[in-house]
Design a protein around this ligand. Structure first.
Ligand SMILES: [Zn+2]
Length: 372
């Protein structure tokens, strides 16, 4: 979900729209214009249904945006700047520059979102009730927005981390237990249980009632489960590697191999040094990285005449980091580039190698040493 474009800045906060949002916009408008509005207000022109569908969809997305602004304005007031707000298919995310450092701040920032949605629901619902008669396209559109804001507040209050409800739950556990990491573990555990319950319920609905809407529950459950796991790992990385640079973790005793070496020679290298990959270096030029996986592509009987240069992963496709890169960011970078290794280079010179395995070992060590 990396393909986003920047729309504008509101109060200094950049607003980004993810490509998936366009699909949601499209589906929402179609459903409203073709099915929902014709079903409750009869006898209007096609254009009128489409106008109502599109305007209502825009109001729904404006509501999502205001929900995120609710979080953002309180965060800014609490001294945490907002990097950006991104709208995507399921809603929005306000990305904070840093996480709250105490449970009260987290509680306030989180509560602001659902409270904003509730407020919009009451205002739009109330105005509609007092001033507009039911059964007209304008009042039905506003009524729809009011209800959606109510659902949004309720949905976000489900205590499945990282939904707002899960964050509120974490801040409460954090407040009483005085330990953020433990509170997160508890919140993620509850979130996982709820996610699996949602997936289970979705499957029951699909198989026993034959209703494909169950798929939606399965999908939502899976997304929330994934999001919970990934925010927990990110927190572990941050805690473990806080303040550390890549240079402190990388291995500097470098066994390299020449691009002219044959795969037979490379095989010898693997057996002798027992690393999973070698930087490919000729003179002072680094050409890339060659791993055991690269070797698998070539049949055994061609190893004698095949050179490393043919199978290596070139430098431009390798994750290359500077020694002063924050170690906490590396795991995320490796995950997003789907690689387990990074070459560490400074001014064009190879200075080290860092693998995910090295980092995982450090995390384990850190956990054992700290828990006593
Ligand atoms: Zn929220």
């Amino acid at each position: 979900m990396n393909s986003s474009f920047r729309l504008m800045q509101i109060r200094g906060i950049p607003l980004e729209i993810n490509i998936s949002w366009l699909m949601a916009f499209f589906l929402f408008s179609i459903t409203l214009a073709q099915a929902y509005f014709p079903g409750i207000v009869a006898g209007l022109s096609k254009q009128a249904y489409w106008a109502a569908g599109i305007i209502t969809t825009l109001l729904v997305f404006a509501s999502v945006l205001i929900h995120e602004f609710g979080h953002s304005l309180v965060a800014i007031k609490e001294g945490i700047p907002i990097k950006k707000i991104t709208l995507f298919i399921f809603g929005g995310i306000a990305q904070m520059e840093s996480e709250p450092t105490n449970p009260a701040t987290e509680f306030k920032i989180t509560a602001a979102g659902p409270l904003t949605s509730l407020l919009i629901a009451f205002i739009t619902g109330g105005l509609n009730y007092l001033f507009l008669p039911r059964g007209q396209i304008i009042s039905e559109s506003i009524f729809f927005v009011a209800r959606l804001n109510l659902y949004m507040a309720i949905f976000n209050l489900i205590p499945a981390f990282p939904l707002d409800g899960g964050r509120l739950f974490r801040s409460i556990v954090w407040h009483f237990g005085k330990n953020m990491l433990k509170a997160t573990r508890v919140a993620v555990a509850l979130g996982s249980i709820l996610s699996f319950a949602a997936m289970g319920l979705g499957l029951i609905i699909i198989f026993f009632q034959g209703d494909l809407w169950g798929l939606w529950l399965v999908f939502m459950g899976w997304m929330i489960y994934q999001a919970g796991q990934s925010s927990y790992s990110q927190l572990i990385y941050k805690e473990t590697f806080s303040g550390m640079k890549v240079s402190a973790l990388m291995s500097t005793v470098l066994q390299t191999i020449s691009p002219d070496a044959t795969l037979d020679e490379l095989a010898e290298h693997f057996l002798q040094y027992k690393f999973g990959a070698f930087p490919v270096v000729y003179g002072s030029t680094t050409h890339g990285l060659v791993s055991l996986q690269n070797m698998r592509e070539i049949p055994r009987d061609q190893w004698a005449e095949t050179r490393v240069s043919r199978i290596l992963t070139p430098l431009k496709e390798t994750l290359v980091l500077r020694p002063d890169t924050d170690a906490a960011e590396v795991m995320m970078k490796m995950a997003s580039q789907n690689t387990g290794r990074a070459l560490i280079m400074e001014n064009g010179d190879l200075v080290g190698l860092l693998s995910r395995t090295d980092m995982m070992r450090f995390i384990q060590m850190h956990m054992v040493l700290r828990s006593n």
